[in-house]
Write a protein that binds this ligand. Structure first.
Ligand SMILES: [Zn+2]
Length: 136
């Protein structure tokens, strides 16, 4: 009986996770949103700040979009509490560097490396220098 319950839970969990990863991602571009990934009404949604995207250019923007895609593709929403936020964010950067074109990856690494120190990024994502160095 215990085994059957465990099996049912596993099947349910697998169905839920595979559905989430196979689901189409919706993209919302607006100057009024922050870059981010979250579920809105059950649909994976990536919000893109169009103003920042224009400032950063298409190559760097591709990297940030890939970073947000990574959160869905790597199942990060189902790993909260099991992995630290810093580790999740580092994984998303590594995934993004590997999935974008080499030009975009270099542009993103250069973008991080040339940020002024006084506008350091959010600590959850690591320092700009750490984020630049995740490119290899
Ligand atoms: Zn992230």
């Amino acid at each position: 009986m215990k085994n059957i319950i465990a099996l049912l839970i596993m099947v349910f969990a697998l169905t839920f996770v595979s559905e989430a990863t196979a689901q189409q991602i919706r993209y919302v571009r607006s100057p009024f949103v922050k870059f981010g990934a979250r579920y809105i009404n059950g649909q994976p949604t990536i919000t893109i700040n169009s103003f920042r995207a224009r400032l950063m250019g298409p190559q760097v923007t591709n990297f940030f979009v890939a970073h947000e895609q990574a959160h869905f593709r790597l199942g990060h929403f189902h790993q909260r509490g099991r992995k630290s936020i810093r580790r999740i964010e580092a994984e998303a950067d590594t995934y993004a560097y590997r999935s974008v074109s080499p030009q975009s990856a270099r542009a993103a690494s250069r973008w991080f490396a040339t940020r002024p120190l006084q506008i350091q990024g959010r600590q959850t994502h690591g320092t700009f220098q750490q984020r630049a160095n995740r490119y290899r």
